[in-house]
Write a protein that binds this ligand. Structure first.
Ligand code: CA
Length: 246
């Protein structure tokens, strides 16, 4: 079992979930994994607890009894960048996209494994601690080295020839290492606002990017680097964040 060590002392997580059984299970498991836990059963209590304790991360169910969980995201984002990971239903793609566009950091889909939840929280906490590039401005993920300043991408030592769009897509995804990036956000970052509804551009270019990276990697590790989140977007999965399959 991995114990969280992102900050001095135990990281604190505010668990916002109205379902008694789910909340109790989450609190129990998170405590066992080294988190300090706070609980809230509705949006009003969540915002009170958040304001009073300023937890390191918020785990938020969107279906709350008083107001929609998205109101909690909006309210927190007015004041702070506290990482927010949402708990979402299996076929609720639209809900996930809305929450992410409002500033939520990530989601886990119910029913989820605890290893997956833990991986998401770990990524959210690490992101809050600052950007992942080294002093030379490079981002290294397994055999992949993304050198922003030199405008160069290498896989297992071999330079990969990317178009400017592919390079920018990779830059945005790596900048959010481990976190989901919506298709809308990729479009705005890489193509600009005029392309708002052209999801197919993203699909075509991400596919091409994946193909090029995989072709340069004899070990096959890179093939699973860019993970598709159906109906939502993409994430780069850092090898150490892959939930262990037990
Ligand atoms: Ca609920």
């Amino acid at each position: 079992m991995t114990v969280v060590r992102e900050s001095a002392g135990k990281p604190s997580v505010l668990v916002v979930e109205d379902d008694e059984e789910t909340r109790a299970a989450l609190v129990r498991e998170l405590a066992a994994r080294g988190y300090r836990t706070l609980e809230a059963v509705d949006a009003r209590t969540a915002l009170e607890r958040w304001a009073a304790a300023r937890p390191d991360v918020v785990l938020l169910d969107l279906g709350l009894p008083d107001v929609d969980g998205t109101e909690v995201i909006k309210r927190i984002r007015r004041d702070a960048m506290t990482p927010i990971v949402i708990l979402s239903g299996r076929f609720a793609e639209r809900e996930k996209v809305v929450a992410l566009e409002l500033g939520a950091d990530d989601f886990v889909t119910k029913p989820f494994g605890l290893d997956e939840l833990h991986a998401r929280l770990r990524v959210a906490l690490r992101r809050a601690a600052g950007p992942g590039a080294d002093q030379a401005g490079r981002i290294v993920v397994g055999p992949l080295v993304f050198d922003g300043p030199r405008h160069e991408v290498r896989v297992a030592g071999h330079e990969v020839d990317l178009t400017p769009r592919e390079f920018e897509i990779l830059r945005v995804l790596l900048g959010e290492l481990g976190r989901v990036v919506t298709k809308g956000r990729l479009l705005r970052a890489v193509w600009g606002t005029a392309y708002q509804d052209a999801d197919s551009y993203v699909y075509v270019h991400v596919s091409q990017l994946r193909r090029k990276l995989a072709a340069a990697d004899p070990s096959g590790v890179i093939r699973d680097l860019i993970v598709t989140e159906p109906g939502v977007g993409y994430r780069v999965r850092a090898p150490e964040d892959a939930p262990s399959k037990t």
